[in-house]
Design a protein around this ligand. Structure first.
Ligand SMILES: [Zn+2]
Length: 357
């Protein structure tokens, strides 16, 4: 089975995602854009996959996706979680389109639910020489997490690794550079200007751009005797990069980096097994294992199988108010075969999904 079908299959067992998608398509009407058409088609398939029908027909969806310039690139790669990100990109675009400010109603059409995969990580960089922290307000939003096989074999280890401090060498420290400028530009007015920049701990622009700007201002001050090339004023230091998951997603998607470029052998596949518990708890929320995509074969050929957990007897009841999810059953789907299975095979995990209710 192709990767694209496995991803769709895995998405069909994420109740939070389906709820979000169904709410989103209710807001789509009139002339539709490409992202909106993709959402409509995906919602149709989700409905279909959660009924008794077993064979998946995703040709219309694939046709729509192929209109995206990036698609043919991913199609050749076949091993990239980029397809998942591409789907999410279209879904978020459709969301932004339907949620845009409605002039006739004079209010913004707000959706109740948010993309359950969306999460935010906060990145902070601290200089090991001057101890100043910078970029403290930088927040990155994303849909899938990387599961680094070289450092993690369980979900907990994967999450810990994401938040592990990282040492970076030769990083321009804005504050060390300012201290250097303070020694060189000695006029009162120049010292005051530098101090004003030293007192703020977050800037939108990169350090080099900021330093270039500040040097231009310092040079322009009347009575200035000193000139320096901005490149030379940028002091490189060893810094520590701290990543903190500021907002956890409702539904986790982990992408396992299995294909790596080896210096002698080219593209190779890491076949280390991962150990997946049926549940895990993070930030006081319990997540349950809900789908898995495995890659069978080597780095050049192979095929994907998807394990999906059924979450309710039928889709309508799962969307109802009381949300009493039925005891789950696991199915393995490979090409057109759908077979009930006891538990998913964990060894060759490639995409891992955990959901919360
Ligand atoms: Zn520093």
């Amino acid at each position: 089975m192709f990767l694209k079908f496995s991803i769709i299959m895995a998405l069909s067992s994420q109740p939070n995602f389906i709820e979000y998608l169904f709410e989103l398509v209710q807001h789509i009407n009139g002339q539709t854009t490409l992202p909106q058409q993709i959402c409509l088609e995906l919602a149709k398939i989700m409905k279909y996959l959660n009924s008794d029908l077993e064979v998946i027909d995703a040709s219309d969806l694939i046709q729509l996706l192929s209109e995206d310039a990036d698609y043919s690139f991913f199609y050749q790669q076949q091993d990239s979680h980029e397809l998942f990100n591409m789907l999410m990109k279209h879904i978020e675009e459709a969301n932004n389109q339907v949620n845009s400010f409605d002039l006739t109603m004079l209010k913004s059409k707000q959706m109740k639910s948010k993309n359950p995969f969306l999460h935010h990580t906060k990145v902070q960089i601290k200089c090991n020489s001057c101890n100043q922290s910078f970029n403290s307000l930088k927040v990155e939003s994303n849909y899938a997490f990387h599961f680094q096989l070289n450092y993690a074999r369980t979900i907990k280890e994967a999450i810990d690794y994401i938040q592990k401090p990282e040492i970076i060498t030769d990083y321009i420290c804005f504050y060390c550079s300012l201290q250097f400028l303070k020694k060189k530009y000695t006029l009162n007015e120049q010292q005051t200007l530098i101090d004003s920049y030293l007192s703020v701990n977050s800037y939108d622009e990169d350090s080099f751009t900021m330093i270039k700007k500040i040097i231009a201002l310092l040079n322009a001050i009347q009575g200035n005797q000193y000139q320096i090339d901005p490149q030379k004023a940028c002091l490189k230091r060893t810094v520590t990069r701290y990543t903190h998951i500021a907002k956890y997603p409702k539904t986790f998607c982990f992408f396992v980096n299995r294909l790596i470029v080896h210096p002698n052998y080219g593209l190779i596949k890491l076949d280390y097994p991962v150990h997946l518990d049926s549940t895990f708890t993070v930030a006081n929320k319990q997540y349950s294992f809900s789908a898995l995509v495995c890659h069978l074969g080597d780095s050049y050929s192979g095929h994907y199988v998807a394990y999906k957990r059924t979450f309710a007897q039928d889709l309508e009841s799962s969307m109802s108010q009381d949300k009493s999810y039925k005891k789950c059953e696991w199915y393995i789907t490979s090409d057109v075969k759908v077979v009930l299975t006891k538990q998913p095979l964990q060894g060759e995990a490639y995409l891992i999904f955990y959901d919360t209710y």
